[in-house]
Ligand binder design. Sequence first.
Ligand code: GRF
Length: 192
Amino acid sequence: MVKLTGLKKIKTAVFISGTGSNLNNLIKFSKIKNSPISIDLIFSNTLKAKGLKFSNQFNIKKYVSNFKSTKISEAKILNLLNKDNIKFICLAGFMKILSKSFIKKFSGKIVNIHPSLLPKYKGLDTHTKAIQNKDSVAGCTVHFVTAKLDSGKIILQKQVKISKNDTPTSLAKKVLSQEHKLYPSAIKKIFN
Ligand code: GRF
């Protein structure tokens, strides 16, 4: 595991595919004095990702590669990560599966946020599944990324109550606001 040494922040890349509300939140967190990380690269597999706008807004380098060939895209990313001395990766709504060999190269240095209380509901449509199963609680998890989808060691979780009138959309909103608190807390837990 990477440990924070001295006062230097750990250079971090955030991988996104969509809105990027977690990215925005992580950037704001990274600017706090005692945040262990700085965000130095935003990567997306699609130009359509709305979150790419945070690159201009915060003056952070961005890079897009479409993952039509995982091998080619990952080779390009690795090149950039090495060049920029990036040591930590946060997946935040990144919708592509990284290869085993990529994950191995960054073993213990890639984390993900998932909108369920893992190990429950790996993969997609977590809120629909929680409501259909009449669960009383939902939530979110920050975990280390391993080759097995949504299965790496759990760093932190947060529960959210499901109320009778919740829809997948309303539940997603409630969980997302907790995600914004959980991700920074999990990062602090890793490095402090
Ligand atoms: C979040 O719910 C995250 O847990 C999931 O995808 C969503 C991304 O939202 N993996 P955003 O792009 O950070 O707003």
